[in-house]
Design a protein. Structure first.
Length: 86
């Protein structure tokens, strides 16, 4: 079963800000798409677990915190940020 990925307004706004300020917008776009694809395919087994049922997933140069509802197959992305690699 495929998961339904939803980004919070805060996460959407932050992703937009990151994209607008990026010198490498194609890389940010590709990372966001990879996050969507991976979460939609298998959210409960992606990333690493955190407290309170939260998980973190990193797809360079972006990272997200999200929560999975296994009963409804919903994935809620709460936050996104850019991290430095290397």
């Amino acid at each position: 079963m495929k998961y339904h990925v939803r980004w919070s307004r805060t996460a959407e706004d932050e992703l937009t800000r990151l994209w607008l300020n990026a010198s490498d917008r194609a890389v940010v776009t590709a990372a966001a798409q990879e996050i969507d694809d991976r979460l939609a395919a298998n959210a409960k087994n992606e990333g690493e677990s955190r407290t309170a049922g939260l998980r973190i997933l990193m797809c360079a140069p972006l990272a997200v915190v999200y929560q999975v509802s296994p009963r409804t197959y919903d994935v809620d992305v709460a936050r996104v940020w850019r991290f430095r690699t290397g």
